[in-house]
Design a protein around this ligand. Structure first.
Ligand SMILES: [Zn+2]
Length: 248
């Protein structure tokens, strides 16, 4: 493709991209709002699950503790009974030590139980709070999502047409030039290709172009950029031709 055709195609591509930008602009902050709410809701969901998981674990651990408490109490009873019947001091002391150990264990288990119950209370309240927050956010999210979907559906056909049109132009341009175009567009958040405007200035940053650049541009032997802003410069005749095409 000769440079002139390439520039023309790029310029046409940009016209379509600007129309797409316009459609997206109409949606305002809605897409970003919806996305942010989605993240918030998923974080809340995670926090609720974390707390509920803890509550489940707490219930099963409490059951285990109950069992262990039972066993330790039985052990203490058994050792106490045995101690009554022993004949030597050594046996007596050994059993006393066992009983003491078991009593320590008993205390330990009670402490753990209290600890779990305290944490359960906190987690329970947290779940309640998170769930009410979740319900509120969900409501806002749903209404914004519907609003966005309505907006998107309003311009859906138009958008589809532009995307198709865009594809048609983009396919004609080599990948290197296309990625250069897209990079500049991203960086400038708007136009990547600009004409020369009044007083020989760049149509993007309005800095005056050196005479040599203006001569180069007329040659159309390669793609030239503005030294100040990096935007691709397009000779005015291409802009005019493209506009004429549009009318025709
Ligand atoms: Zn410039």
């Amino acid at each position: 493709m000769v440079v002139k055709d390439k520039l023309k195609t790029l310029y046409e591509l940009q016209q379509v991209d600007l129309k797409l930008d316009g459609l997206l602009e109409e949606r305002g902050d809605l897409p970003a709002d919806v996305e942010e709410l989605e993240k918030k809701i998923s974080t809340l969901k995670g926090q609720i699950k974390e707390n509920e998981d803890y509550l489940k674990k707490a219930v099963s651990r409490k059951k285990e503790i109950d069992k262990e408490l039972d066993e330790v109490r039985k052990r203490i009873d058994k050792f106490t009974d045995m101690r009554i019947k022993v004949k030597t001091n050594r046996e007596y002391d050994a059993l006393s030590k066992q009983i003491d150990n078991s009593k320590d264990k008993l205390q330990e288990l009670h402490k753990e139980l209290e600890n779990i119950q305290a944490k359960e209370a906190v987690a329970g309240k947290e779940v309640e709070k998170l769930k009410s927050e979740y319900t509120d956010e969900e409501q806002v999210y749903s209404s914004k999502k519907v609003e966005l979907e309505e907006l998107v559906s309003l311009t859906h056909d138009e958008e589809k047409r532009y995307v198709k049109e865009r594809e048609k132009f983009a396919q004609k341009v080599d990948r290197q030039t296309l990625s250069r175009y897209e990079m500049i567009r991203k960086a400038t958040k708007g136009k990547a290709i600009v004409p020369v405007v009044r007083r020989n200035a760049c149509g993007g940053c309005y800095n005056v172009l050196p005479p040599q650049r203006l001569l180069d541009l007329r040659q159309m032997d390669k793609i030239y950029s503005c030294d100040h802003c990096g935007r691709i410069l397009v000779p005015n005749e291409i802009v005019d031709e493209t506009s004429t095409d549009k009318v025709g």
